[in-house]
Design a protein around this ligand. Structure first.
Ligand SMILES: *[C@@H]1O[C@H](CO)[C@@H](O)[C@H](O)[C@H]1NC(C)=O
Ligand SMILES: *[C@@H]1O[C@H](CO)[C@@H](O)[C@H](O)[C@H]1NC(C)=O
Ligand SMILES: *[C@@H]1O[C@H](CO)[C@@H](O)[C@H](O)[C@H]1NC(C)=O
Ligand SMILES: *[C@@H]1O[C@H](CO)[C@@H](O)[C@H](O)[C@H]1NC(C)=O
Length: 347
């Protein structure tokens, strides 16, 4: 691969020689126009003491080589399907690479080898369905990896080997249906994990046994049915937990027990009719916990004696409750349509 390849709309075999020549002339004339007006065709290059930043957006031409002291490289919105394998050759000081909004379908396993100091890799909005094994073998400095809005259907632990310093992993808006055991076993520095808006029905029970210091966990917008006992235990630093817009019908009594710092919980828009004894009391009081609030709206709560535990906690924590007016009883008949808070306060 020797050049950036744009997305191909037609098969290349179909061009007649005349048309090819016309296109060539057209390209040449475009190129010369760009020489006349270089500002419109060139990437923005800025030099600072810590290195050079290069930012390319259409209609700029993507240059074949970048300055050797490039610390930040942005190549976005070009719709390229492949990068030349040696794109980063000589860029040993690169710290940030932003490739969002292209049509990248694959990456070479050696792609990142020349840039061992890379800290941020943003691949948002591409067409990646898989990553090569060992892509991150030399990426021990990478702390932020964004794969949002790609076409990942499955992941393999071997794809993530080497991400010793990773703190933020964004896998949202892909097509993930399951995750393999051991996926994050060695990704122990993780603080933010975003798996939102995929198609996950279950999670492997060991998913979070590698990263034990999560601060933010996004699981919203999946198809999760059960939150089990072990998944979140222990996550003593977890502050933000997003479980909304799933199909949760059951949450284990001890599911939230280890979350001593939890400040925000979103369980809205699930299928919860009740919750087991002990779940809420394990979360503590608002003076210390839940300082950013909680949302349990959009569930078909059955407001009978089975909610006693929740009622007590709700009344004590109502200042922190979001969407009170949308948190209503679906039954029994006597309470149907009433807000959960009113039900709680009259029990
Ligand atoms: C380089 O330094 C500038 C200002 O000194 C800073 O804003 C920028 O984030 C730095 N870039 C990198 C990649 O460290
Ligand atoms: C990339 O594709 C989008 C959507 O098809 C289109 O709107 C945009 O103009 C394309 N950009 C380039 C540089 O070809
Ligand atoms: C984790 O790291 C250990 C030691 O480097 C290695 O043996 C193991 O295969 C890795 N496991 C996964 C799932 O990455
Ligand atoms: C509460 O929700 C009902 C519909 O469920 C709506 O008619 C009403 O206006 C809402 N009240 C407030 C104060 O938002």
């Amino acid at each position: 691969m020797s050049s950036w390849r744009p997305q191909r709309k037609h098969s290349p075999g179909g061009l007649d020689p005349q048309l090819s020549r016309t296109l060539l002339l057209l390209l040449l004339s475009t190129a010369s126009t760009q020489e006349v007006a270089p500002n419109r065709a060139a990437c923005v290059v800025s030099h600072a003491v810590n290195g050079t930043s290069v930012s390319c957006h259409p209609p700029a031409q993507i240059p074949r080589r970048f300055p050797a002291d490039t610390v930040s490289l942005v190549v976005e919105f070009f719709n390229v399907t492949r990068l030349p394998d040696d794109t980063l050759r000589g860029l040993a000081r690169l710290q940030e690479l932003h490739l969002s909004s292209n049509q990248l379908e694959s990456l070479s396993p050696n792609f990142l080898l020349p840039a061992p100091l890379l800290q941020v890799l943003d691949l948002t909005r591409n067409r990646l369905a898989r990553l090569p094994r060992g892509l991150f073998q030399a990426s021990g400095a990478l702390h932020t990896l964004v794969l949002k809005q790609n076409q990942l259907e499955a992941l393999e632990p071997s794809w993530l080997l080497g991400l010793k310093a990773l703190r933020h992993l964004d896998l949202s808006e892909n097509r993930l249906q399951t995750l393999p055991p051991g996926l994050l076993a060695n990704v122990t520095s993780l603080r933010i994990l975003d798996l939102s808006n995929n198609q996950l029905k279950t999670l492997p029970p060991d998913l979070l046994k590698g990263p034990l210091r999560l601060e933010r966990l996004h699981l919203e917008g999946n198809r999760l049915q059960v939150l089990g006992e072990g998944l979140l235990a222990p996550q003593p630093d977890l502050r933000y937990l997003f479980l909304n817009d799933n199909k949760l019908a059951a949450v284990a009594a001890g599911a939230l027990r280890g979350l001593r710092q939890l400040g925000f919980l979103d369980l809205s828009n699930n299928l919860l009719t009740g919750t087991p004894k002990g779940l809420w009391t394990s979360l503590g009081q608002p003076a210390r916990d839940m300082k950013d609030g909680f949302d349990i709206s959009g569930n078909p709560w059955i407001c009978d004696g089975n909610l006693e535990d929740l009622y007590g906690w709700l009344v004590a924590n109502k200042d922190k409750m979001f969407s009170r007016n949308a948190t209503r009883c679906a039954g029994p008949e006597a309470w149907k349509g009433q807000t959960l808070l009113v039900a709680a306060e009259s029990h």
